[in-house]
Design a protein around this ligand. Structure first.
Ligand SMILES: Cc1cc2nc3c(=O)[nH]c(=O)nc-3n(C[C@H](O)[C@H](O)[C@H](O)COP(=O)(O)OP(=O)(O)OC[C@H]3O[C@@H](n4cnc5c(N)ncnc54)[C@H](O)[C@@H]3O)c2cc1C
Length: 410
């Protein structure tokens, strides 16, 4: 049986960072990954470009954390977004800052992020066991025994960095929850987050349509739950896009029975202004068809869908009645679609829920129940909005777990 100071389970961002930090502190480290390579999910991030972090204050990061705000503070202070950027720059990875302070590798390649992390792991002589699926962790005489089907490794400390439940093809299949439960930890119910919604109505004919600068409200039984301004994308059976993903993270623990999305397609104009504009337009473009007129107000691919939904005949503007004009305003200001559910967790960008934070020391990432047992990254009940905040949580919690795990000597 091989003995290590620290064993890290999971070669994603949190696990790679934990391994690097522990090895920098002179620990003998084994990083165990079930796949044939490191960072399969990291490779997919930022549409293959990897939004490494957000170049903004720690307070802004905390504002963008959905669950675990208070818990995230200490690790973000110990390894801040600014330190993350310097860390990668020192590895040789040049970075750039884009809209919304999102930080990307200059090359636009997530593979470069993995390449530089791997080089650092090699430089620090971290041993890596690939294609090694851990199915059990045992604590015996204050040592940990980490077991595969045919092999056992022991260590003073174990860091569990197995990720969440989404995009399971990348290796994140929730194994860490099983290990945590075995050590008496509570698992807060997992829910998909940053995920598209499925709709009751068919939106197949507007699949691929992006609506920019709309105000989107989620209402349940006519009560406003949340409202966001920005961009929406129609998928083949629902909606996605930045503000929809944000809303999904905010409501994923709410019962979505009778939930409706209401779009304000003209948020710059209130009802009265819109009414006045339409009256002006009617007298100016008397002979224009409703269909052609709507093309001046909406993206043209939405027009047939809109006409069908609000039951307009394609008559001339001068022929429309007052009731039809009111219906037009309702359609533009309160375009509604019924929500079926969140999409399958498989398609979530992040898992909400996980190892209960009350049972983890936020300053060290150590279990409060078992000395020498650490957790980092998505396996914890911490999740954030898009913008590089989730990876920052993985880097920061990985850093803190690795540096504390390496201090443990029996
Ligand atoms: C499509 C997509 C795009 C994203 N884009 C961004 C982005 O641009 N910016 C951002 O901040 N966040 C992004 N995220 C979120 C980000 O990827 C996660 O926050 C991050 O990967 C979590 O890191 P982790 O190390 O905790 O877990 P993971 O990345 O899931 O890594 C866990 C690792 O553990 C291994 N493992 C699991 N169980 C075992 C076991 N039993 N034995 C051995 N190994 C095991 C897995 O194979 C995996 O490699 C994105 C997520 C997705 C799905």
């Amino acid at each position: 049986m091989c003995t290590y100071d620290v064993i890290v389970i999971g070669g994603g961002p949190a696990g790679m960072m934990a391994s690097i930090t522990a090895a920098q502190n002179k620990s003998k480290v084994l990083l165990i990954e079930k796949n044939e390579k490191l960072g399969k999910k990291l490779y997919l991030t930022g549409k293959g470009r990897c939004n490494i972090t957000n170049a903004s204050s720690i307070d802004n990061h905390i504002n963008n954390v959905v669950r675990g705000k208070k818990f995230a503070y200490s690790s973000l202070y110990q390894f801040s977004p600014a330190e993350t950027i310097s860390f990668f720059n020192n590895l040789g990875l040049t970075t750039k800052i884009e809209r919304g302070n999102r930080v990307f590798p200059m090359s636009d390649k997530s593979s470069d992020v993995i390449k530089y992390l791997k080089q650092k792991l090699d430089k620090l002589s971290v041993e890596i066991a690939y294609k090694t699926n851990i199915h059990d962790v045992i604590c015996e005489n204050e040592h940990y025994i980490v077991c595969t089907n045919n092999c056992k490794y022991t260590a003073y400390s174990v860091v569990v960095c197995t990720g969440g439940l989404t995009y399971s093809g990348t290796g994140s299949t929730g194994d860490g929850y099983i290990f945590a439960k075995k050590f008496d930890h509570t698992i807060v119910e997992t829910k998909p987050a940053l995920i598209p919604f499925l709709l009751v109505e068919s939106v197949k004919e507007i699949e691929g349509l992006t609506l920019k600068n709309v105000e989107l409200s989620l209402k349940i039984n006519n009560r406003l739950i949340t409202k966001q301004f920005g961009e929406v994308l129609f998928t083949k059976n629902g909606i996605s896009g930045p503000i929809v993903l944000t809303i999904s993270s905010l409501v994923n623990r709410v019962n979505l029975k009778n939930a409706v999305f209401e779009f304000d397609l003209k948020p710059a104009l209130d009802n009265q202004m819109l009414n006045e504009k339409i009256i002006r337009d009617i007298s100016k473009y008397k002979n224009k068809s409703i269909c052609n007129y709507l093309k001046t107000l909406l993206p043209s691919s939405l027009v047939p869908f809109f006409i069908k939904k609000y039951n307009f005949e394609n008559k001339k503007l001068c022929e429309i009645t007052k009731i039809e004009r009111q219906r037009l305003i309702t359609g533009l200001k309160r375009f509604d679609l019924n929500i079926k559910s969140l999409d399958n967790i498989e398609y979530g960008i992040i898992t909400s829920g996980g190892v209960d934070l009350d049972e983890i020391n936020p300053k060290t990432m150590e279990s409060k129940l078992y000395k020498g047992l650490y957790f980092a990254g998505e396996v914890l009940d911490v999740d954030a909005l898009t913008g590089g905040y989730n990876l920052q949580i993985a880097w920061s919690t990985g850093y803190v777990a690795g540096s504390n795990a390496s201090k443990r000597r029996i």
